[in-house]
Design a protein around this ligand. Sequence first.
Ligand code: GLV
Ligand code: MG
Length: 338
Amino acid sequence: MRSPKDFFRPLAVGAPEPVREVPFRPSRMIHFFDPGNPRMAAKVPGIAPGVDVLLGNLEDAVAADRKEAARTGLVEIARATDFGQTQLWTRINSLDSPWALDDLLTLVTEIGDKLDVIMVPKVEGAEDIHYVDRLVAQLEAKAGVRRPILLHAILETPRGVANVEEIAGASPRMQGMSLGPADLAASRRMKTTRVGGGHPGYLVREDPLPGAADAPRAVFQQDLWHYTIARMVDACAAHGILPYYGPFGDIKDTVACEDQFRNAFLLGCVGAWSLHPVQIGIAKKVFSPAPAEVAWARRVIAEMGDGTGAVMIDGKMQDDATVKQCRVVVELAEALVA
Ligand code: GLV
Ligand code: MG
């Protein structure tokens, strides 16, 4: 079995085999559903085979007076459904809410054997992960859950971003981390009212050409999330866990969604959230290496022999470093078909 750590292992010739802790499983799309909504819940068995991860959401987007219905609904769905290869995750309520403790108590003791990952929102520092880790360990022991439930943090507060590295390394249960652009924007006092994606006001304008001050000038929209995603990817890579882009709220704008997901993929993320079935296919396409990229990477690996030295292929220089980049692409492609 491969582990998330494998994706970040040193790839030098003769490097020792990494310690395998967490089995790698595809998680290109984390598909959110509201387990307290009977219409959505009824669709779960049909959706499950087509997604890598199904996530029963208990936090934001579930109204305060429906928290218990969502929790109970998730227990019922988990008991009634055979998820096959698809992972079952949940997003519990935040640790400063009145619901988080009951979420953990109920879910770990009732369906702990079915839960793969618990997503913890608004994580501020290692202490939040330590708290959940201890509690989950006690509840697993109480319920006789033998396969450890993993933890995933949402990066969505300025303190969380400041502490991103200690969060990534806070527990061997840490599976990964997602960007939470909506809460992060609010808590940073950014002036956007969107869930992820770009903003037409966040741009750079081309300088005027000499003698043409009034001529139209090109504008280039910038990525509001680049800095945070890059910090998150570095922290995750340093600690051998997996980084994810979070939600993209403009469901109708499938083109911009694909662009945002692709930026994240190119920067190192392995998946994103899908909030609507239309985003499932987008995530699957974007977070699976393109066949042409994989074919090119295999060619470089083959022509580089033992992976050292330098060769020219189609006019492009390849060396020890590019062969490592190519192995990242090929290994991901192979892990996804395994
Ligand atoms: C997700 O939880 C977000 O706040 O964007
Ligand atoms: Mg949030």
